[in-house]
Every structure is written in C-alpha cells, then in structure tokens.
Design a protein around this ligand. Structure first.
Ligand SMILES: Cc1cc2nc3c(=O)[nH]c(=O)nc-3n(C[C@H](O)[C@H](O)[C@H](O)COP(=O)(O)OP(=O)(O)OC[C@H]3O[C@@H](n4cnc5c(N)ncnc54)[C@H](O)[C@@H]3O)c2cc1C
Length: 298
C-alpha cells in the first residue's frame, strides 16, 4: 500500500515529538494544536483521505452537499462554533419541528425531547451497567409508545443495537431537563468537511507530516519512547503517541488475545475481530422536489 505524504517537514533523525494515529476531526484538531505549539507531529491515517467519519460529497445538480457521515451539530457546541467562525463557515439552525413517516402520512412529533428524556431519566447511571434492551424488559411501567420511542431513538438516532448500547451512557437520571439551546440542531451549510479542511489547512507545514494510506498496526511503548509500526512495515518513532481511532476499534484491539502489556495491535477494517464493537452503517439520502406541507400532530 503506497502512503501519500501531504507535507514534508524537516524532523531531526525522523524522531517525532508526537505521533497522532487517525486523521478524523479529533486527530486533526490535536495535530493542529500540537504543531502550532511547536511540536513535530506525524499524523498516520489508514485511509487515502482525511476526515474520518466526516465525509461530505457534492453532486452536480444537487444544491446542497450530501453528508455520508456527520451531518448535524447537536446543541450549541463551543468547539465547533469557534472553528466555524474562524473558518468563515455559515452554520444554520434547523427548525425544531420533527416529522415521523407513518402509514397515515407525516406526523409532527410534539414535545419529542421531553418524551424521550422522561425515559432516559428512568435509566440508571450507577451500579452494574446493562443494555437498553434489558432496561426496557425490566421497566414494566413504560407504555408501548415509550418503548417504541426508546427503540427508535437508540436504533435510528444513535445507530446502535438495543442489546449492545449501555443504559449508563444514555441515562440522564438526576440531570435538569435539557435547555432549548442543548436540543437545538444545526448544520454547516457548505458541508461538514469545511471544519476538517480548515483544521488540515492550519497544520504547521514545517513540523507536521500527514501520511495517508498508512494504517498503524502495532504500537510499542517504552519509557519516554514509542514506536508505531505500520501495515507497510514503515516504523515511526516519537516520545508520545495519541490514538484517535474509533472506540470500537480500540475495544477490539484491547480484547484481542494477541495483546501484551506494552504492545497494542490495531485491527484493520474488514478484519474479523472477536467481540468487535464496530459495524457497517448505510445511509440513504432522499431529495424531494416539493414539500406537500400536510402533516398531522401526534
Ligand atoms: C453515518 C454517521 C452519521 C453521523 N452523524 C453525526 C451527526 O449528525 N453529528 C455528530 O456530531 N456526529 C455524527 N456522527 C459521529 C461523528 O462523525 C464522529 O463522532 C466524529 O466524526 C468522530 O471523529 P473522530 O476523529 O473521533 O473519529 P473518526 O472520524 O472515526 O477518525 C478516526 C480515524 O482513524 C482512522 N484509523 C482507524 N484505524 C486506524 C489505524 N489502524 N491507523 C491509522 N488510522 C486509523 C480512520 O480511518 C479515521 O479516519 C456520525 C457518524 C456516522 C458514521
């Protein structure tokens, strides 16, 4: 696999201050801060492109960008708004109305977040964790409509199987009700990749190397020294490593029998990993020529 080096920084003895594994939003944001703070940084990315789960496509004839990954900014997130403002990106607030497709047409969902929070407030966040499926089985007092809503949110919004998602993670027990600003949804008008492209443009070229198509395979730690061995046998050395691969990949790595104390072996996409917490997601985008404007309240 040929790796593409996007920058060609001058690094003495090819010993970097920091290796960042993964060039999604987290990896790029870290590399931006570290390289601008004066450290030399090697960013290793398994895919031939940057951005990770932010993936914007543009199609001729389609006025809006199509997001294959992240699409909405959930709540008024300071970090995202700061980058958008520095990058000159317009962020649009979406309407609060939510429609559900039912057999009898589109129904607007009233007090949707209140109804969902009434369920998540009943979830435990202490004690032994269990799946949301187990929570739903145990909570007999929930109505069929509440069960449907919980399943719809977990499977449709969080894209997680009910029997795998953690009750603790979704619990809002003891929290005050979320504010309208926390519930608000926004969209980066010109495409979410505007954020990652901006981060990429801010990497300090003299100190930061970005290596595409360079999957890290094995990370070995020693005192003040780390070596990352890649799929193509290239080795990178540094004082520190920052691993920003998805949590599911890390879990699969941690559960793999091949691990030993100071070595982490990272699995690659498509590899069979016992206990793997990752899966495929498919996304359908529909274009509507017009909006009928007919909805029913539910
Ligand atoms: C379909 C979909 C829709 C989403 N919608 C939203 C949304 O609307 N709003 C929202 O806020 N979030 C959304 N998300 C989640 C959001 O995209 C992610 O939380 C965010 O992009 C994660 O960024 P990250 O940098 O942490 O990880 P990632 O973007 O996953 O970056 C990790 C990078 O590590 C690389 N990598 C993996 N293994 C290796 C290896 N061995 N060596 C080198 N590199 C490696 C990967 O290729 C990837 O580029 C969505 C996600 C998906 C999949």
């Amino acid at each position: 696999m040929a790796s593409a080096l996007l920058e060609n920084p001058v690094v003495p003895d090819r010993r970097w201050d920091v290796i960042v594994v993964g060039a999604g939003a987290a990896g790029l944001a870290a590399a931006e801060q570290l390289s601008r703070a004066g450290l030399s940084v090697a960013v290793l990315e398994a895919r031939p492109a940057l951005g990770g789960r932010i993936r914007t496509r543009r199609m001729r004839g389609c006025a809006v960008p199509i997001e294959l990954g992240a699409e909405f900014v959930h709540g008024r997130s300071e970090e995202v708004f700061e980058i958008a403002s520095a990058a000159g990106l317009l962020i649009d607030r979406l309407s609060d109305s939510l429609l559900a497709a039912t057999r009898s047409g589109l129904k607007s969902q009233l007090a949707f977040w209140d109804r969902f929070e009434r369920i998540t407030r009943q979830m435990r966040r202490t004690g032994r964790d269990r799946s949301v499926a187990d929570f739903l089985r145990a909570r007999r007092s929930l109505s069929p409509a509440q069960r449907r809503l919980a399943a719809w949110m977990v499977e449709g919004y969080h894209a997680a199987p009910l029997d795998r998602v953690s009750e603790h993670a979704l619990s809002t027990a003891g929290d005050p009700p979320s504010s309208p600003e926390e519930r608000a949804q926004f969209r980066v008008v010109a495409g979410y990749d505007g954020l990652t492209n901006w981060l990429r443009s801010r990497l300090e070229p003299k100190r930061c190397g970005v290596f595409l198509s360079t999957p890290a395979r094995e990370i070995r730690w020693r005192r003040r020294h780390v070596t990352v061995r890649c799929e193509d046998s290239q080795e990178f050395r540094a004082s520190r490593v920052l691993v920003t691969v998805p949590v599911g990949v890390l879990q699969a790595a941690a559960e793999s029998a091949a691990q030993s104390g100071s070595i982490l072996r990272l699995p690659l996409f498509g590899e069979r990993c016992p206990g793997s917490r990752w899966g495929m997601s498919s996304r359908s985008c529909c274009g509507f020529a017009r909006c009928s404007g007919q909805t029913r309240d539910s």
